[in-house]
Design a protein around this ligand. Sequence first.
Ligand code: SAM
Length: 276
Amino acid sequence: RLTKALGQNFLNDEGIVNRIVDAADVGKEDVVIEIGPGIGSMTHELCKRAGEVFAVEIDARLIPVLAQNLKGFSNLHIINNDVMKLDLKRDIISLLSPERKPEAVKVAANLPYYITTPIIMKLLEENPGIDSMVFMVQKEVAERMTAAPGGKDYGALSLAVQYYSRPRAVFDVPPHCFIPQPGVYSTVIRLDIFKTPPVTVKSEELFFKIVKAAFGQRRKTLLNALSNSGCLAQGKQDIRQVLEDTGIGESRRGETLSIEQFAQLSNAFFEKGNSL
Ligand code: SAM
């Protein structure tokens, strides 16, 4: 019996499994973290191609089935836990044998959709030496991750993903490739993690606070969204001044700002004493 609450939609199409693992570009030199292996349809292919595979599955009932289905592989480590509760460095990377380079860590997952964004944000923020990640996500989430400024899909998720990585949608997957079928189309997306971010920000915390504030009231002008949010030490007049000085202007809306402009803005506020 599958649990809807855990986002259990299992892939039932070997062709799709192969294309996901192709997109992850996994070889014998690689260590792969798989989140939500389920009963192992993708794990099997990962174990065949990778050096080592760490499969993190929350549902204890699936663990014996997973272990049985993959009993021929000595390079598989099954971790029965909630991925959100793991410290990836401590609970996974530290288990690697010393000859494995941490740069060779890749992530592959057909993600549970109820928790897609928190999982991706955890991996990006905690990054224990990951160089690329390939995920199955809802098509609409893939569109938000890859969105450019100006459109309705562009928001805090786009900026967070694009601060840490270069995202690329690889291919779409229709509902009938899963059991049970989800109610939405899916997209396989690849994130190539940057060694250094594409923009220089003086405080990441302030940068992301400003992004959040700008999109928290996305229909408002930046001046109003930033003044109302309470995330800055300045009052409305001073915020107006910074928006003028940076050349961004008070009447712009957050959704029209590039990542460079968000960086410029947050650095200007940082200079004015917003160290948070
Ligand atoms: N990879 C399998 C496949 O493609 O057939 C299953 C994918 S299914 C969409 C998502 C899997 O993630 C389920 O097996 C579910 O039990 C597991 N899962 C859900 N929440 C999780 C969490 N917080 N941590 C780890 N695994 C989780």
